[in-house]
Design a protein around this ligand. Structure first.
Ligand SMILES: C[S@@+](CC[C@H](N)C(=O)[O-])C[C@H]1O[C@@H](n2cnc3c(N)ncnc32)[C@H](O)[C@@H]1O
Length: 276
């Protein structure tokens, strides 16, 4: 919490072009107090949070890293409210690759980033991983919990926004499928650094991201916050880890009811530096 709040105060202040002094003046406090919040040395007084959030033009929830960026935050919210599982209930191939490369020989801690309705998170829990999962969609998380109950496994679910939420505990596996393209490019360095620094030694990331290709038409869904990655861009973030699997492929999709194609990069990188 401390780390997330510190990062958010600093980010939202800079986004508004405020100096620490400008923000401090609005709140009637010293700039040293703001500086201490931003380095995580101290936390703002609870009574000051509403005024701080107002000054930074965000909600208190968003400031704390637990809120969505709009009232219907996920493009899929309405589809997730329906009984049918929009993405189905079978795990995707990236799960199977993860299972092959990092089998749960002990209860490995896994985080599913952007778990949607939970098909992959539940698959991992059934295989014996210790699974946590987050998404921005409340309806998606509800369905993930129902799917876990049906399979008689436990998945710790929580709602968070990729843009604001930063990891504070370590995992053995960070898993994400079809989600990281919601991270705006200017946040990628920071978010990837946060993810990398919260993977245990010997642990891994298993990511599947959509990439731009000049010969693939844009997807029919008109999503506001989508920023496809450049082909190969994801791999560069893990140049100092052992890359055990990286590939690019094109696949058919029917998600909007209209047939279209996506290009994707899949990466499995392990936090092991050869010779260290
Ligand atoms: C293409 S779906 C993939 C879902 C799941 N990983 C799967 O493979 O079934 C993308 C997911 O990203 C979630 N999402 C979109 N923006 C997000 C954000 N800013 N923070 C967290 N999740 C987000 C959506 O709610 C949706 O569930």
């Amino acid at each position: 919490m401390r780390e997330i709040l510190a990062g958010n105060i600093s980010r939202y202040r800079k986004d508004l072009g405020f100096t620490q002094e400008t923000l401090a003046e609005q709140l009637g406090i010293t700039f040293q107090a703001v500086s201490k919040w931003e380095t995580g040395q101290t936390l703002p007084d609870t009574m000051l949070l509403p005024a701080l959030a107002r000054a930074l033009r965000v909600s208190v929830d968003k400031l704390l890293g637990y809120d969505a960026f709009s009232e219907n935050a996920s493009y899929y919210e309405d589809d997730y409210r329906k009984e049918k599982y929009f993405w189905g209930v079978e795990p995707n191939t990236t799960c199977l690759k993860t299972l092959e490369l990092m089998p749960p020989s002990r209860p490995l801690k896994l985080l599913d980033i952007g778990c949607g309705e939970g098909k992959d998170a539940v698959f991992f829990a059934r295989c014996g991983y210790d699974v946590s999962a987050f998404d921005i969609s409340e309806a998606g998380l509800e369905k993930a919990k129902r799917l876990a109950d049906k399979a008689r496994v436990h998945v710790r679910t929580f709602r968070a926004d990729l843009w604001d939420y930063r990891l504070e505990e370590n995992y053995d596996i960070l898993y994400s499928s079809g989600v990281l393209h919601y991270i705006k490019p200017e946040l990628r360095d920071e978010i990837m650094a946060n993810y990398k620094s919260h993977v245990n030694e010997g642990g891994c990331v298993s990511f599947h991201v959509f990439v731009e290709k000049p010969f693939i038409a844009p997807a029919p869904e008109k999503e506001k916050y989508v920023r496809y990655w450049k082909s190969g861009e994801l791999f560069t973030y893990f140049h100092d880890w052992t890359i055990e699997h990286c590939t690019e492929y094109v696949f058919n999709c029917m998600s909007s009811g209209r047939p279209h194609r996506h290009a994707a990069n899949r990466l499995f990188a392990r936090n092991v530096r050869e010779g260290v």
